[in-house]
Design a protein around this ligand. Sequence first.
Ligand code: RIB
Ligand code: CA
Length: 310
Amino acid sequence: MKKVILDVDTGIDDAIAIILALGCNDINVLGITTVSGNIHVDRATLNTKRLLKFLNREDINVYKGLSKPIKRELVDASHIHGKSGLAGQLEDIEVDEYVDDDALKFIEEQILLNPNEITIIATGPQTNIARLLEMKPKLAKMIKSMMVMGGAISVKGNCTPVAEFNISTDPEAVFEVIHAGIEDYTLVSLDVTQKALLKKEDLTLIKNDSIRNFIDDLTKNYMDRYYKIHGRYACPMHDPLVILQFIDNDILTLEKQYVTVETNSEYSDGMTICDFDNHWDKKPNVKITTDIDEKLFKDKFFEIINQVKI
Ligand code: RIB
Ligand code: CA
């Protein structure tokens, strides 16, 4: 079993990523930490707890993380994910009021208990990980690997003309994490996630009625938004693709490169810059994603989601 900590800003695609992670028999989710991004961390935490109850997986603990980026004010994505962060879904699910609000302590404890065995999968801003590594820099070398949804390497941004939302929300955090010395850091960027589409007509491939209906309701507005721009009912599975790549690393084509992040520009803050031609002669620090096997993505998506029993 591969040991994983999910660090999420549960939102629509984070929720689907969590379902996939829990549906995979090879993944041992040690816990889920939450962070402000799509929505404020209080709401991301409530959404995550409600989702786990919906999935009958309250055995998984949720730990609330930081409420704002390390240097900036939070600019959320509630215009996309809805005021609730989950497109108004699961609102009727009652969960335990108690919230363990020490995500950083949980992550540190788990890394010390499982040195070089844990993969941190971050599908929101990297605020929690940056703060933890500021305080305990030695932990960077004890993380087996980190997989992140974020960035736009050779494509335009989705938050600004050049920046992807997770990076743009807290660019200083990403700068700190990608230069902290984590040996195996994969950045699953818009270059591939925007091709990882869940198509409305494919929802019928989800066998479990409750899960199919939940994902249909959860993605309705997301797909309507996509239809207005692209003329088809679909939505990009940004976060779920990271989980599926962790499960089957043949889905994406990776390339180790030197990557950094702009944090001090009027127009390009949050831009992920890849030195393909080695202008700066720096040691490659990030595995970037250059291509996707879209059929394998789709096959794996439905294989894993149909393993979830509720
Ligand atoms: O740009 C897409 C990313 O931003 C996804 O993680 C989505 O959940 C939002 O957080
Ligand atoms: Ca997310």
